[in-house]
Design a protein around this ligand. Structure first.
Ligand SMILES: Nc1ncnc2c1ncn2[C@@H]1O[C@H](COP(=O)(O)OP(=O)(O)O)[C@@H](O)[C@H]1O
Ligand SMILES: O=C(O)C(=O)C[C@H](O)[C@H](O)COP(=O)(O)O
Length: 299
């Protein structure tokens, strides 16, 4: 099984234990999921699709991707450009981000439809997010969504995390409309209830699930912080209880690592509820540590 994750990896500055000192890493929502999936399912072939520049930090990022056992064959190089950067600020375990990514090479990742089609042809599961859609210009977004629709018609499984990031969009209407275009080409959606309620006005997680079902996405997993995970899979509804972690250190990548748990079940042919249990165990470990990518125990 080959899983292709599509999106932007950035340089990450994460607060260290010393006030004012930051640690340089590499992270980004779809990349984080690829990284955790490669740890959880070493038998799977995990690949990343993106674009980087040709400077030193772009090369360091590529080295980091490969060191994570992630195939970087489909990471394109754009001469004269570089990668995006973000910094995490923490207050009582909740994170906020500052970004410097307006000119990043990843913004051009969908410029070559042939490269997209070729990478998708070689994959079984294809994952993208609302952040992937948000960094693209309208033409790139159309190209990516068309390629995903074609891949789905060819039998690929398409997975989507809406990952709502209002800073990437002109306004809320544009964001919600484009997110639902993403849902319409997907087989499984993995939204987070709090964000969905804020932007779509969903009254409860059932309303979130029903909205994605209505868009044509037949399986939905609704994350909800420490509250139950609600899922619907080909008409079967269920919930999984989360063992709440009392002291949360940093919620960065909670949802990203969770998604990797679900994909690990898909690639190993296990039922979705088993994958959600793995997802909960993994994301609980991740939020107990600082930064997006943390060492994980066997789950
Ligand atoms: N306080 C917590 N205790 C235990 N697990 C948690 C906690 N907060 C989040 N998680 C786990 O992380 C998953 C994703 O969290 P959530 O906050 O909903 O997503 P996101 O990070 O995308 O906003 C949850 O479904 C749950 O499994
Ligand atoms: O690409 C971006 O804009 C990011 O924000 C990168 C972040 O590391 C993850 O997106 C964290 O995502 P959560 O799992 O929701 O905590």
């Amino acid at each position: 099984m080959r899983v292709l994750c599509i999106g932007e990896c950035m340089a990450e500055l994460a607060p260290s234990d010393v006030a004012g000192d930051f640690r340089l890493g590499f992270a980004g929502d779809t990349f984080n999921t690829a990284w955790y999936l490669a740890r959880l399912a070493p038998q799977a072939d995990v690949a990343y699709f993106s674009a980087v520049g040709d400077d030193a930090i772009s090369n360091d990022m590529r080295t980091f991707i490969r060191a994570g056992d992630i195939d970087d064959t489909d990471v394109q190089t754009r001469a004269g450009r570089t990668v995006g950067l973000y910094m995490i600020a923490l207050k009582d375990g909740e994170r906020s981000f500052s970004y410097w990514r307006g000119q990043s090479a990843a913004r051009t990742l969908a410029d070559d439809p042939a490269a997209l089609a070729n990478a998708m042809d070689r994959a079984d599961v294809i994952y993208f997010s609302g952040i992937t859609l948000g960094i693209l210009d309208p033409a790139g977004r159309d190209t990516l969504l068309e390629a995903l629709a074609n891949a789905r018609a060819n039998g690929k499984t398409i997975a989507f995390d809406p990952n709502l990031r209002p800073k990437l969009w002109a306004n809320g209407e544009e964001m919600t409309a484009q997110i639902m275009r993403g849902a319409a080409v997907s087989d499984i959606a993995l939204p987070s209830f709090e964000d969905e309620a804020d932007w779509f006005g969903d009254a409860d997680p059932q309303a979130t699930a029903n909205r994605y079902l209505g868009a044509g996405c037949p399986s939905v997993v609704v994350k909800n912080g420490a509250a139950d995970v609600l899922y619907v899979d080909q008409g079967q509804w269920g919930t999984v209880t989360v063992a709440a972690l009392d002291i949360v250190i940093d919620t960065t990548a909670a949802g990203d690592s969770f998604n990797a748990g679900v994909f690990a079940a898909i690639v190993t042919g296990q039922p979705l509820d088993k994958g959600i249990h793995t997802a909960c165990t993994l994301s609980r470990q991740v939020i107990g540590h600082k930064g997006a990518l943390v060492p994980v125990d066997a789950t």
